[in-house]
Design a protein around this ligand. Structure first.
Ligand SMILES: Cc1cc2nc3c(=O)[nH]c(=O)nc-3n(C[C@H](O)[C@H](O)[C@H](O)COP(=O)(O)O)c2cc1C
Length: 180
């Protein structure tokens, strides 16, 4: 007899498969206890050699998030989030970039479990990152590459993705050896 996946593991897999970026939110604030829950999950993210290169700045002030919205080509949706978590890293290398991706995804998944939508916002230029530092008092030797915006997704409004859907597995996976 083959083991069947349990209903709870099925719903976890479905949650992983259906997680999408949110960009439009209701005005409702996120309870502090939920933000703490998300941060507690984030804290346990694995990192290269367990260096935990991050320091997270939680921004609940809507005016400050509206200001952050102006600091990137695609960061506009931060004007309207209930909170954002700005991820700052202690170095600017490949392993920190990897670690940043992991902690972002954990934040997004924990938020989703609490019914909270989320989206990555990328502070893409050196100037933008300096403005983020200046606004939030982040030391010059830390790198604020991105933030995760959080809120209750307004499903009546378009989430305006640049593209949607995914490539089929056959296009992105080979078995045994690489086949284009
Ligand atoms: C490194 C990275 C940077 C991103 N930067 C932004 C951004 O600045 N603004 C934005 O709206 N979405 C940003 N996204 C989200 C992507 O646009 C999104 O994951 C992709 O379009 C797939 O969307 P979906 O998951 O909703 O299907 C970023 C994602 C990644 C991984």
């Amino acid at each position: 007899m083959t083991d069947q996946p349990s209903p709870s593991s099925q719903s976890f897999l479905t949650a992983l498969r259906t997680l999408r970026q949110s960009r439009r939110f209701h005005d409702r604030a996120i309870p502090r206890e939920d933000l703490h829950e998300i941060l507690e999950v984030a804290r346990w993210t694995g990192s290269s050699k367990n260096t935990q290169p991050w320091h997270l700045v939680v921004v609940e002030d809507r005016a400050v998030n509206a200001e952050l919205a102006g600091y990137g080509a695609f960061t506009g949706f931060l004007d309207g989030v209930a909170a954002s978590i700005v991820i700052t890293l202690d170095h600017d290398g490949r392993s920190q970039a990897y670690d940043e991706g992991r902690i972002s995804e954990r934040i997004m998944l924990a938020a989703a479990e609490l019914g909270i939508g989320s989206g990555t916002a990328w502070f893409s230029s050196t100037e933008a990152r300096q403005r983020v530092r200046d606004l939030l008092g982040i030391p010059g030797d830390r790198h604020p590459w991105s933030a995760v915006g959080l809120g209750y997704t307004d499903t009546t409004r378009s989430q305006a993705a640049p593209s949607s859907g995914r490539k089929p597995l056959a296009e992105i996976v080979s078995w045994g050896h690489y086949q284009a």
